[in-house]
Design a protein around this ligand. Structure first.
Ligand code: M6P
Ligand code: ZN
Length: 191
C-alpha cells in the first residue's frame, strides 16, 4: 500500500489551516453594524478594520448529513465604545446540532444562549474545552490584549442562523470597566 502524505495541515499552536479544503474569510467592522451598543462610537471607527478571521476546513459541501467541518476563529483585540470585539454569534439552522470549541490562545468569553434567551458565559483560554449543546446560540468575545484564537468542530449540516441574533442580540454585553471585563445586562433587552 502506498503511503500518501496528507495535503491538509493544522498548526496546533496557532490554529492555522492549510490545504486544498481550507477556506479563509474575514469579518470587517462595517459588516458588524448593529452588533455593538454604541452606534456613535461604531460610526467613528474605520469600517475596513478586520475584527475577526475564520479559517474553515470543508471537505464536504455545506448541508451534507453526517459530515464534519473544522475551523479556527481569530478575534482581534479591540472595543467599540468600551464593548469588546466579538463574533456575530449564531444558532444552528438545524437546531439540534451541537459544536465543540477549544481555546488555542488569548483570553475570551464564550456566551451561550438558549432559545428562551437564558444566557451563560464560559472563560475561554489556552486548552479550555467547550461543548456547545444543540438549541444554543454561541458568540465569542475577546476580553484580552492579544488575539483570541479558538478551534471549532461542527456538523456539516448544522448551518448558521443569524436571524434572531441580528434583530435581538444577546441579553448581555461584555464591556471593559477599569481595564476589567464585566458582563452587563443589555439595556435594550430589558423588558
Ligand atoms: C467558528 C464556527 C463557525 C463560525 C465562526 C464565526 O469557527 O462556529 O461555524 O462561522 O466561528 O462565528 P460567526 O459565524 O458567529 O461569526
Ligand atoms: Zn456554530
Amino acid at each position: 500500500m502506498k503511503l500518501n502524505e496528507s495535503t491538509e495541515h493544522y498548526n496546533l499552536h496557532n490554529g492555522c489551516l492549510e490545504g486544498k479544503y481550507a477556506v479563509f474569510s474575514q469579518k470587517k467592522l462595517a459588516q458588524l453594524k448593529g452588533v455593538f451598543a454604541d452606534e456613535q462610537a461604531f460610526a467613528a471607527k474605520d469600517g475596513e478594520e478586520i475584527v475577526y478571521e475564520v479559517s474553515s476546513h470543508t471537505v464536504v459541501p455545506e448541508g451534507t448529513p453526517g459530515g464534519l467541518f473544522f475551523g479556527t476563529s481569530c478575534i482581534h483585540p479591540g472595543t467599540v465604545g468600551g464593548e469588546y470585539y466579538m463574533t456575530k454569534g449564531h444558532f444552528h439552522a438545524k437546531r439540534e446540532c451541537g459544536e465543540y470549541y477549544w481555546g488555542i490562545s488569548g483570553t475570551g468569553l464564550l456566551l451561550l444562549m438558549d432559545e428562551n434567551r437564558n444566557c451563560t458565559a464560559q472563560l475561554v483560554k489556552k486548552n479550555s474545552l467547550h461543548y456547545i449543546s444543540g438549541y444554543t446560540a454561541h458568540r465569542l468575545v475577546n476580553i484580552g490584549d492579544d488575539d483570541l484564537v479558538v478551534g471549532a468542530c461542527w456538523p456539516s449540516d448544522a448551518g448558521h442562523d443569524y436571524g434572531s441574533i441580528e434583530t435581538e442580540g444577546f441579553p448581555v454585553r461584555v464591556i471593559c470597566r477599569d481595564g476589567e471585563a464585566v458582563i452587563v445586562d443589555d439595556a435594550h433587552a430589558a423588558g
